[in-house]
Structures are given as structure tokens and as C-alpha cells.
Design a protein around this ligand. Sequence first.
Ligand code: FMN
Length: 665
Amino acid sequence: MNEVFEKVTIRGMELKNRLMMSAMVTNFSTSEGQVTDRLIAYHRERAQGGVGIIETEAAYVHPSGKGYANQLGIYRDDLIPRLKRLVRNLHGHGAKAAVQLHHAGRRTSRALTGYEVVSPSAIACFEGDIPPKGMIVADDTGGTLPKELTQEEIGQLVDCYSEAARRAKEAGFDVVSIHAAHGYLVSSFLSPFTNKRQDAYGGDKKGRCRFLLEIIRAVRKEIGELPIMVKISGDEFVPGGLSLADTKEIAPLIEEGGADAITVSAGTVGQSGEDYPIDKPTYAFLRSLPMYTPRASYLYLAQGIKEKVHIPVIAVGRINTPSLVREIVKHKKVDLVALGRALLADPFFPRKMEHGDEKAIRICIACNQGCFENLFHQRSITCAINPRVGREDEMKFDPAEKPKKTVVIGGGPAGMETARILSLRGHSVSLWEATDQLGGQLQLAYKAPGREEIKSYLDFLLAQMERLPVEVFTKAKVNSSFLRELSPDILIFATGGRPWIPEFAQSDVDGILTAEEILRGEKAAGESVIVAGGGLVGCEVAELLGEQGKKVTIVEMLEDIIPDEFSDTKKYFENVMVKYRIRVLTESVIEQIAKGTVIIEKRTGETESLSADTVVLALGYASNLNAKEEIRPGPGCKVFKIGDCFKPRKIIDAVLDAYRLATSL
Ligand SMILES: Cc1cc2nc3c(=O)[nH]c(=O)nc-3n(C[C@H](O)[C@H](O)[C@H](O)COP(=O)(O)O)c2cc1C
């Protein structure tokens, strides 16, 4: 018996299963918060995927509470007709619909809203324009001092929530959800970290809960018997903020106040690794739950809350596999499981799980490249391994009008993804890989510490290659004459990139290895190592070497290591550098290597001589440009280049190349 797919009720509302899609701002609405066709198509696909209930993204109840450029709004009556259309689309595919009412509070800016930033107390997210190192904030969350709300203004905001609830009911939503987590307005009232008021809305727990409880009461008046859900941060992971012990006392107040279910997330703005209480889990300051954090990181918080209330409790946070969902539900750890990024990566997760086709699920690898990273830059979200997110109407998987004979050279992510989609669309596909195994860069990527999750995507692609009628050839070097024999209509190069080797390493110097050789475990470094290049791969290899007890120095030409990476990734590696005492030399380059000595030149012109047994090169990749030049198909064959072989970039770019091409042929 599969308990996940048993019916469950919340305040009498029946859900077909115990899976909820967690609220996620997409930035697919208009700048005024109107539902767009794109937002509908995105939601429709997730409803088709079989999830029991979809919680829309945070919808602002007043324009002063807008936190993201193209967030959903519910602050005006003229937004209702399109909200109605959104709901109809969810209902049409058997999903219940919840709308999450939201006000960003101090987590926004006047530049974005045109209004003064407001908060329970006049405490900025941070002082000045630049957030402190390690603080995780949306780019537009300024250091502006918010205005402390007066009691009259608080009353007006409660009215905004109740008006929004009326609109929600009119639009046909089944549930009204209240966002009281993550440092936005309601949660900043709940938290002693941000609420220093001495009046009825501050002080003790009861006072800090008053705003939320007034909202619940006002919403109830508008929606009658419809369920109300509340999302809280079970622990804010910040000194002086809410701890689990605190939220265990707050949750019963929320239940008594009239909520019908509680979702337990965690975190707030301001959490950072610095001065971090050591009793907290080390991942706790990484609010975007990247792949370095354990799966189901916040489950223990939801379980803690469940001990204290009688209403259903919903767990959320890096729950990304069917076995994890099953285990949580089977052992009644909580009542429902909310999936966020897992449903970006694969909207059909629930349906595939229900039908026992779990190998076909594209598991979220928590890379955050398409979702959080875009959101925090105020862009529309997508997904690195599922670029259809936000392009549901654009990227069709329709059968090919004229099936063609296609040859894909290179079995990395771009090659396999292209082969998969071409095959699904009815083209004949053969995939040719020069090495003895498929996977390309993925085979390497998951071997770095904390990046094991990447293997889930590799496993998905490998399973797809087995299942689909793609002819796969490994240890297969294709040359021009063989290609002419094959005579494909379409030839796609996905041969990847190769490590870039600088001049100083091109002569025969002992002790120079590539990051690839280390990550693959093909070669071992000496005791004292210099890593040339402080990009992501350089940092990963430095971490691996640090873990092995080596003395490591990173030499990076730019001002900072991993400059173009997401703030959480940066923060993670800053901690890695401290943990393994890795020395980081920025604005520095390797000038010369000779007999165990490496000469470093700094931007200031100074030089430093370091002794090292090994230099590991992590200086980026160069396209495998030769491929196209060397191999020529016969006349009439169309040739394309995708992924790193076109231009070395991130996985999100390689997979998007594959989708774009394979859906267009
Ligand atoms: C792009 C993005 C937008 C999000 N927006 C919201 C939001 O509007 N409201 C909310 O309560 N949580 C939001 N979250 C947090 C998710 O609901 C969820 O709690 C978090 O992603 C952890 O769950 P997951 O590991 O299943 O993704 C967002 C997450 C992402 C990735």
C-alpha cells in the first residue's frame, strides 16, 4: 500500500494525495502582478503531473509588499479574472489550489515598490548598501532603514490580507495560505530578532503573534469554511531569532488562532555563518538549501512542531526523492510533504511515483542555478536540468513532422539530453561517445565533496538512454569517412570542452596535474599543493585536497574566488577555506614553476616564491573546437554544435542548448 497516494483531508477539504507543491516566486507575472499565460502554462504542467495541491507563489496583498519584479499580485479586484483562469487550469487537472498571501516587509526596496519599506521595528536587513559578507539577500533588498509601522497602519495591512482573501475566494481558490516565514513581514512580527516593539504587537510571544492572529481571524471572516494554511520558519538560524523551542510554543497559538495546517520551513534574512552558534547544523546558514546540504534538512523542525499541534503539519526543504517522501509519510513523521524545486526539475514526479516509474523521475540536484539564482537577481526562474520551466508553451515535445536520421557525437549531458528529446520526438538517434562511459563532465562533477547529488541527474540520463531507442556506442571515435557511411540528415557535436592549459604548464614540468585528474582519482597530489584558478572547479578540488589533509593554496587572478557564483555557494566555500586552512591568493598569477618552487606575481608587481609538490590546474575549459574541423559529414547533412563544445559554460547552458535544438528539429 502506498500511503503517499491515500486521500487526506485538511478542514474537510479532500486531497488526492499527500503531496503539495510549495510556493515559489517565478517572476512570470506582469510588473503589476497579473497572471500571464506563461504562469498558467507552468502551473498547468505541474497539475498534470499529479500533485495533490498547488500553493501558488507568494502573492502580494498590497503594492508596498511586492518583493520581486514580476511576482504575482492579489491586491486589486481587476486581478481576479486571470486568477480565476489560473485556478480553473489547476482544477481541470485534479489539483487543489492554494494562494499564498504575502507582504515582503523589510525584504524589499522603495526602488522596487515605489513605497516606503515597512517593518514592525526600524531595523534594516543590513546597514548601508552592501550586505555583510555571507548574508543571503535578494539583490533588491536594500540596506534602507524601514519605517516602523503604526498601529493604524498595521490595522490597514490586516484589511489588505482580508481583502486579498475575499479575492482568493472569488477566484475559486480552495485554500488561503499565509506566508509567515523567511523574514518577510508576518515573520518579522513573530521574531524577536526583528520585532522590538513595546506595544500590543511586540514584547512576548503573544504580542509578536498578534498580527498573524488578526490576519487569520480577518481571513476566516472572508472565506468561511475554506482551510487556512500558515508557513513558518521552524528555526530562524540567527542569534536572537526564533529557535525551534520558540516556534514549538508559537505553533499552538497559530492552531488556536484558527489555522488548519502549518508548513514548516526555516531561516530568515540575516542568517550568516559568522558568529554562528555552534549548536546549529552547519548548513543552516545556507538558506537556499544547495546540494551541499543534507536532504530533508528541515524535517526535524516539522516533526518538532507536529509534537505540539493537532492540525496537519507539512514538511518542506530538500525533499527530492520518492523514497524520502515514502519514508516520511509511512512513518507518519508529518502529514504532508511539500515539494518545491523537485517539481521544477520534474513536474511529473507525483505521477511517475504513483505508477512505480521512479527511475524516470528527474531528481532535483539543488544546484540553484535556474531557480534561486535567477530569483535573487530579479529574473524569471527556470531549472538547470529542466529548461522547460517557464517555457512550457514554447518547448513542445510534439512528434517530429518528418523523422530524421540524427547522429550525436559526445555523450555528456548536452549529448544525452539532445538524444533523449530527439528520440522522444520520433527521430532516429545514434549517440557516439569516445570514452568508455557516458556522462562527460557529470562523471567528474559529482565526485567533488558535497556534490554527490549531481549523480542523480547522471543516473536519470543513463536510464533514459537505456529505455529509449537511442543507439549508444562508447569507445567510438567517429571519423569523416565513417560518418559519410552513416549518412545522417543531422549531425550534432556535443563533444564538450577540455581543460585549458596555460603556457607555463606546456613544457615538461613534473608535478603539474589537472583538476580533472585529481577529481577522477587518476593521480594523487603531493602534500603541498597550489591550485591554479579559484573558480568553482578550483574550489572543489581544493576542498577535496583539504579533506585529504594536504596543505593547499589557491592562486586566483581576479579579486575574488568563484566570482560569478551564487551567494550561498560563495558562503559555502568561504567556510571550506577556513575549515581546511586553505590559503587564498587573489589578484595573483603563477609566473613560473621550477623544481618544487612556484613564483607568484601579484597585481602590485610583488612576487612571492612558494614551495609546492604539485600544481593543480583549474583554469577553465576550452571548446573542443577541433571536432567540427576534423570530422566532416557528407553533403546535405545539417551540422550543429551545442554545450561546452560550442562554448564552455555551466550545466544550465548545456542543457538549454540541447532542449532548444532538439525541440526545434
Ligand atoms: C525560486 C524559488 C522561489 C520561492 N518562493 C517562495 C515563496 O514565494 N513563498 C514561500 O513560502 N517559499 C518560497 N520558496 C521556498 C520554497 O517554497 C521551499 O520552501 C524551498 O525551496 C525548499 O524546498 P525545496 O527544497 O523542495 O525546494 C521559494 C523557493 C524557490 C526555489
